[in-house]
Design a binder for this molecule. Sequence first.
Ligand code: ADP
Ligand code: MG
Length: 286
Amino acid sequence: MGKLLDIRGLSASAGEKPILHNIDLTIGEGEIHVLMGPNGAGKSTLGQVIMGNPEYAVTAGSIALEGEDITEKAVDARSRAGLFMSFQTPTEVPGVPLNSFLRAIVAQHGELQLKGKRYKKRVSQIMEQLEMDEAYLNRELNVGFSGGEKKKVEMLQLLLLQPKLAILDETDSGLDVDALSVVSRAISAYRDACAGSLLIITHQKRLLEHLAVSHTHVMVNGRIVENGDASLVDDINANGFERFIKAAPNRANAPDDAQPAHFDATAAVAHMEAALAAADAGKAGA
Ligand code: ADP
Ligand code: MG
């Protein structure tokens, strides 16, 4: 299988704080990778750095997508190149209806050729798949949405964009059984539609049940400390992270650091603003 994402010797910081250390990670076309690790390990940060969140600085190493170095590329360019991330904590954006948000994203992805009727039809189709009432289109993005509804909005984006690589950051956390099964089906639908690759950050097995996991990675204190196959997920579910934490260097950096909830939100808003700006530019040019 061809290499899709190739991360070599990647280190990254937030301000003065080093978070990721010397990460190597290669994801092939169509592969499903799982990233596990205790809270505060740096899993979300890795996703953010792959997406190009400017809040983090790459201090060493490189990220390549289909052989092209994207380490310095902006978020919107990476999105157009086929990267997608669903956020652990989706942002609420008052004043922006879901429909406008989706149109902005689609406008940014001209290659999808989803205009007018085609756009409407595709969105209706996906919303039906996700068991989402179309009335949501007129509601402000994520405002007052339940956890499950917010995750459905993320799945809606996933199915609209059909990215080459989707990073799902704890998409399953806090979902009830029904919402979880909708999310699972959405992921299967994404796979069926385009055989896209996945990097799934999760603590649970449920979401993985119907997926053929090809690789599992364990992160502790900003380092990948173990690589394995699907059986590593079972091992961790049975035995926890204790042995990895004990073996990891840098134990003083408490692995259970509080997790700042707003960081994901910042990236989401930046992405959103870029998408809206692109949509405006498109309108002005038309
Ligand atoms: P995980 O997703 O594995 O729980 P995170 O990537 O969210 O871990 O966080 C890893 C560590 O980096 C934590 O100690 C967290 O507090 C810190 N961190 C993440 N983002 C920032 C940031 N923007 N500024 C400062 N510290 C951050
Ligand atoms: Mg996280």
